[in-house]
Design a protein around this ligand. Structure first.
Ligand code: ZN
Length: 391
């Protein structure tokens, strides 16, 4: 994520903190200092907020480690002022697995709450104040309330909250995935209307949550529709098989002429038959701006290339293309490029399939793609999956 600072790598997952989050900490410290008047009140407020976000981070690790158990890697975790985001490489496709991955986050906060409550009770001196105050009171007690809030808030049965996924997973155990999603999304949007309505009478925060939930539910329903409509399709069904490649010695001037001549936007860079990088349209523009036409492709390209298997299930590959923000991924077969998978091609394939489905037909095979259908690869983790780096 842009504007993020890397905190470190814990248990094999990169943890980032967003710049706005640091601003928030600064603001909290300043507000406490102005209210309390001492450096100590500022330090204790910053400490409390940092501890709160440590609980959010642990929550995200709950999701990430549960996903890892099912062979799903997590790209990174970012802490934002509104909470944490764990970017899973994909969502699990078995309802039971989705249920566990979704529950694991709030479960961490349940465990932390239990630990804090036990500590407070054993400490003997705890008299529950019953009211939550961010600026005053026992820090352990305030953290306990924060964790309880995280449990309740995240378990609201509405997308994009964890509770929405729990609900969908429970429904999907009894009915098709698409129907489960549409019911869960409708319940979520119903809750959004309710929150919005209650919010009108005072707790304005609820209006914000309502908007957040409304769009989250809509997004989830659309994603599920795409996933269902791509069921059974493989990467080789939708990939681009007529494409051009560049060599590292070529100049970006030559690349810009190739860009103009055709409709291809991202060019794989190949050296001795091996993909060594990818020159995207934006890299090309940036290179031209900074260095002019004679700049070599080898300098302008990016070396990180995502590879997929042509026999891989298309819906998983779509998740990868999305994770790369729509950047072209390379379909590699026995070390050679078999095709390119672009957001545009996926969209075209989607519409062709939808149009033919109305007539009860299948899309035609792509010229150049293998005629005999290879077995559909749907393993938990493909050998060169995701962040494969070509160097
Ligand atoms: Zn969560």
């Amino acid at each position: 994520m842009k504007w993020s600072l890397k905190l470190g790598r814990i248990l094999g997952i990169d943890v980032y903190i967003h710049f706005t989050f640091l601003l928030l900490l600064g603001f909290v410290g300043l507000a406490a200092w102005m209210q309390g008047g001492t450096a100590w009140s500022a330090i204790s407020a910053v400490f409390l907020w940092s501890a709160m976000f440590l609980c959010v981070l642990l929550h995200e690790y709950g999701h990430a480690l549960a996903a890892r158990k099912y062979g799903i890697a997590t790209r990174d975790i970012t802490l934002l002022p509104i909470g944490g985001v764990a970017r899973l490489e994909r969502m699990p496709d078995k309802p039971r697995q989705e249920l566990w991955v979704a529950v694991a986050g709030p479960l961490v906060n349940v465990i932390i709450s239990a630990g804090l409550a036990l500590g407070l009770i054993l400490g003997g001196s705890w008299r529950p104040s019953g009211a939550f105050d961010l600026l005053a009171g026992n820090i352990a007690e305030r953290l306990l309330y924060v964790n309880l809030f995280l449990v309740v808030f995240n378990l609201l049965p509405a997308f994009p909250m964890d509770g929405g996924r729990v609900l969908r997973a429970l429904l999907a155990m009894r009915m098709p995935y698409a129907r489960a999603t549409s019911i869960a999304a409708s319940i979520g949007q119903g809750m959004a209307i309710l929150f919005g309505f209650i919010g009108l009478f005072g707790p304005y925060m609820l209006i914000l949550i309502a908007v957040f939930v409304w769009f989250g539910a809509g997004q989830e329903a659309a994603a599920a529709e795409i996933r269902t409509s791509l069921e059974g399709a493989r990467v080789c069904d939708a990939m681009l098989t007529e494409f051009h490649t560049l060599s590292p010695e070529q100049t970006i001037g030559e690349a810009s002429r190739m860009l103009l001549a055709g409709s291809q936007q991202d060019f794989p860079v190949v050296e001795n038959g091996v993909v060594v990088g990818m020159l995207r349209r934006t890299d090309l523009f940036n290179g031209l701006k900074a260095h002019g036409e004679n700049y070599p492709v080898a300098e302008a390209m990016r070396r990180e290339v995502t590879f997929v298997d042509p026999a891989q299930a298309l819906d998983f590959a779509v998740a990868q293309v999305n994770a790369e923000h729509g950047t072209t991924v390379v379909a590699l077969e026995n070390g050679r490029i078999a095709g390119l998978l672009t957001a545009e091609n996926i969209g075209e394939y989607f519409f062709i399939r939808a149009a033919l489905a109305k007539r009860g037909q299948q899309p035609p095979p792509i010229p150049g793609a293998r005629p005999s259908a290879p077995p559909l690869i749907r393993p938990p983790l493909i050998p060169h999956h995701g962040e494969t780096t070509a160097r």
